[in-house]
Design a binder for this molecule. Structure first.
Ligand code: SAH
Length: 259
């Protein structure tokens, strides 16, 4: 019998042991016809991977833990040459996949889940879709609509370019070892038109600035970016950041750009 694998904390390892859930996640990619490649982040021992091989797309995988590579190579001989050993956060997607469209899937390590989302946004022209397991609380923030308590920077940055859907909750007991918190699967589908109509770098700065004090009116938080502007007297600036839609943030960014 194979030696049991002890999960490593440093790699954020929580192995899914529910095959039915793994299958459901693997089939949550729903725009498969639009792309030829899928990258699985953190395959571990291949729980999700087993439902991703033999599909219409070409599967690739990146795994940080060296010890997992021989296990994966043995289980999935056809995938062997497309397993990258390394840190996803250091991967140059465009170079690695020759600027081809590549969807992302994974039961992500929680310690880097927000950074994975930021990378998705930063490489949005390459990533048409992402399906992933997140800490439930992060998943809720990503999909939160304007006006809700959990709507914040990550919601706006993701929803500016992607349609975000909360698919289902996964109980702690589905993992070995069980994490401290509940998990959830979300699907991000890139918008048909993902041009913002304003400078995306400035957009990010504006969103961060507006949420730097989420209980304060924009009149106060945006003062430094709109020095002495008469705009600050307008009704719009009595709002708090959590009321603003993506379009409102675009409008605000254009005002800042015109200063
Ligand atoms: N998909 C597997 C394992 C999930 S645990 C399952 O569902 O059972 C998260 C996995 O991500 C682990 O295998 C861990 O080694 C890997 N990992 C952690 N940090 C990573 C990183 N920066 N880049 C790529 N993989 C990483």
């Amino acid at each position: 019998m194979a030696k049991p694998i002890r999960a490593k904390k440093s790699f954020g390892q929580h192995f899914l042991h529910r095959t039915d859930i793994a299958e459901k996640i693997a089939y949550s990619l729903n725009r498969e016809k639009d792309y030829g490649h899928v990258l699985e982040i953190g395959p571990g021992q291949g729980m999700l991977t087993q439902f991703l091989t033999d599909r219409a797309f070409t599967l690739h995988a990146i795994e940080a833990d060296r010890d997992m590579i021989p296990i994966l190579a043995e289980k999935f001989p056809d995938l062997k040459d497309r397993i990258i050993q390394g840190d996803f956060l250091k991967l140059h997607l465009g170079e690695q996949f020759k600027e081809e469209q590549i969807a992302i899937i994974g039961n992500f390590p929680y310690n880097i889940s927000s950074q994975i989302l930021i990378r998705m946004v930063d490489s949005r022209w390459l990533i048409p879709e992402l399906v992933g397991m997140f800490q439930k609380e992060v998943a809720e923030r990503v999909v939160a609509p304007p006006g809700s308590r959990t709507y914040g920077v990550i919601s706006v940055l993701c929803q500016a370019f992607y349609d975000a859907e909360y698919l289902f909750t996964v109980d702690r007991s589905a993992f070995d070892p069980p994490p401290k918190v509940q998990s959830a699967i979300i699907r991000m589908t890139r918008k048909e038109n993902y041009e913002l109509g304003c400078d995306p770098k400035l957009f990010r700065k504006v969103v961060k600035q507006a949420f730097s004090q989420r209980r304060k009116m924009l009149r106060n938080t945006m003062k430094a970016m709109l020095v002495d502007s008469p705009l600050l007297e307008e009704e719009f600036f009595t709002l708090r950041p959590e009321r603003l839609s993506v379009e409102d943030f675009v409008k605000l960014t254009k005002w800042v750009a015109a200063m």
